[in-house]
Write a protein that binds this ligand. Structure first.
Ligand SMILES: [Zn+2]
Length: 141
């Protein structure tokens, strides 16, 4: 029996990856990374259990593309950011379920930190659920 998918469980509100939901529709779920209250790190995922980018249906791919675009614009509007980054790696424990990372580099991030170093001493922390409430209206069609 295959291991249960942690991202499918998250979409049902169960398991170790449960996190605040920014927005969702029939095809796409956007959540905020729950720990460690680090603001501005989102995951864009198909609702359906799909392994990789090439496995997405066209409607899912278009929905994810729009959600990534909206997420980047919303994060830039709501946080004091230097830039917004996104990637698909497919190497994590949840690699069986496609997920795209969308996250900010906060203004003031030390220049020597790499683009993936999002948690540093001066990084803004706060309530991800409150930020989700501010980001959600940007996803309205
Ligand atoms: Zn899944």
């Amino acid at each position: 029996m295959p291991e249960p998918c942690p991202i499918c469980a998250k979409h049902r509100g169960e398991g170790p990856l449960v996190s605040p939901v920014v927005w969702a529709d029939d095809h796409v779920v956007v959540t905020h990374r729950p720990e460690p209250d680090l603001l501005g790190y989102l995951f864009v995922e198909p609702r359906r259990h799909v392994g990789g980018l090439a496995d997405l249906a066209e409607s899912e791919a278009l929905g994810i593309a729009r959600a990534v675009w909206v997420a980047a614009r919303a994060l830039r509007a709501e946080l004091d950011v230097e830039s917004v980054h996104t990637f698909v790696a497919g190497r994590s424990a949840a690699r069986v379920h496609f997920h795209q990372h969308v996250f900010v580099r906060h203004r003031g991030t030390p220049a020597g930190l790499g683009w993936l170093d999002v948690d540093w001493a001066g990084a803004p922390h706060g309530d991800p659920a409150a930020l989700c409430g501010r980001l959600a209206p940007y996803f309205a069609a």
